[in-house]
Design a protein around this ligand. Structure first.
Ligand code: PLP
Ligand code: TYF
Length: 398
């Protein structure tokens, strides 16, 4: 039977990471997969995480199963971080939740929940979006469609193009939005634009689903939640998928959460049972360690302060590198105005480089970026940035 099985194509982004590892050229630079690196090119283990792990190791309790929806104190702390501690949905007990294996796990649980409970709903996603988005929803048997998002000539949000299709969505459809730090474009709506989007989405009876994987990497922990908070209107429904992979550097521990905000507390209780049902037949209950670490940090005033400082350090370094790249491109006299990169937010910059230019960067210069032209700004360091700018200059002028 199995000899008839054909190989699946490699994941476009993770495949590049493998190719990078196998590349023998010593001058190689990896600006592909979305993982933060410090000024030495290392992905750090945060100091607050080390301290929380020390404390947990000093006082071990049990390795028995967690509840299906995970650690309640983790879910509560995560909800407060995303929605705000005194927010209306939490105060009215309208939020069903689950600790999930990463943001990807949250998205997949949301997809299974939609497939089982919002039958016939189409999930609409931005063009472009994270390539795993359509895969996750299609794997759950859900139809996906796209809405315009990016305005290439202006390197900005195509707000009119985004709002128009909302009018044509079927009530009950789901619109997937990036809560902040849009992957891959780095372009987020302003607070005023979020209001327009939320008005249109709710007027049409469409369910918002916010993928919130980069809180703190844009303008700040609170600032990055403005879009999400715009959807938290009295009685309004919404779903949120959170991830601590990036802002706690807990990538491999798989720490995320799903929140489903129902119109009433009673509806939230029913939704909770359906989320639990979906999880039970998938992975049964989440891994505990990452959630324990995050809860230990968020509930301890000193550790929390330390974490907020470490997030600020990561955010500032990325933003410094954005400015440094624009300056380095100008210093190399690379044709074109790259100042738009300083307006982009989060880990990525949509550079405008073509597929061919991206390919030449890899084959001739051992610089790896994603085919869409997405640069992981967090992979730039003072040591590699001039070479990156110089090589971009060479491919642009070819
Ligand atoms: N959503 C987006 C847009 C992402 O870029 C990522 C990670 O890169 C995720 C979700 C989820 O990541 P994880 O499953 O590692 O938490
Ligand atoms: O670079 C990106 O957009 C992501 C990164 O389990 C990633 O694809 C890598 C592994 C993973 C989740 C996200």
């Amino acid at each position: 039977m199995l000899e008839r099985i054909e190989a699946a194509p490699k994941d476009a982004i993770l495949g590049l990471g493998e190719a990078f590892k196998a590349d023998p050229r010593s001058e190689k630079i990896n600006l592909s997969v979305g993982v933060y690196q410090d000024e030495n090119g290392k992905t750090p283990l945060l100091e607050c995480v080390k301290e929380a792990e020390r404390r947990l190791a000093a006082n071990p309790t049990t390795k028995s199963y967690l509840p299906i929806s995970g650690l309640a104190e983790y879910c509560k702390a995560t909800a407060e971080l995303a929605f705000g501690a005194g927010s209306e949905p939490l105060a009215s007990k309208r939020v069903a939740w689950a600790q999930t294996p990463g943001g990807t796990g949250a998205l997949r649980v949301s997809a299974d929940f939609i497939a089982g409970n919002l039958k016939g709903a189409t999930v609409w996603m931005s063009e472009p979006t994270w390539p795993n988005h359509p895969q996750i929803f299609n794997a759950a048997g859900i139809a996906t469609k796209t809405y315009p998002y990016f305005d290439p000539p202006n390197n900005s949000l195509n707000l009119a193009g985004m709002l128009a299709p909302i009018e044509k969505m079927a009530p009950g459809d789901v619109i997937l939005l990036h809560g902040c730090c849009h992957n891959p474009t780095g372009i987020d709506p302003t607070a005023a634009q979020w209001k327009q989007i939320a008005d249109a989405v709710f007027a049409r009876g469409v369910m918002p689903l916010l993928d919130f994987a980069y809180q703190g990497f844009g303008d700040g922990l609170e600032e990055d939640a403005v879009g999400l908070k715009e959807f938290c209107r009295p009685g309004a429904e919404l779903m949120v998928c959170s991830s601590y992979s990036k802002n706690f550097g807990l990538y491999r521990e798989r720490v995320g959460a799903l929140f489903v905000v129902a119109p009433t507390a009673a509806a939230a209780s029913s939704v909770q049972t359906q989320i639990d049902k979906v999880i039970r037949s998938n992975y049964s209950n989440p891994p505990a360690h990452g959630g324990e670490v995050v809860a230990a940090i968020l509930r301890d005033a000193d550790l929390r302060k330390q974490w907020e400082g470490e997030v600020t350090t990561m955010r500032n370094r990325i933003n410094d590198m954005r400015h440094a790249l624009v300056a380095a491109l100008a210093a190399q006299d690379v044709p074109g105005d790259y100042s738009f990169m300083t307006r982009q937010r989060g880990m990525f910059s949509f550079s405008g480089l073509t597929k061919e230019q991206v390919e030449t960067l890899r084959s001739e210069y051992a610089i790896y970026i994603v085919g869409s032209g997405r640069i992981n700004v967090a992979g730039l360091t003072p040591a590699n940035i001039d070479r990156v700018a110089q090589c971009i200059g060479e491919v642009v002028e070819q």
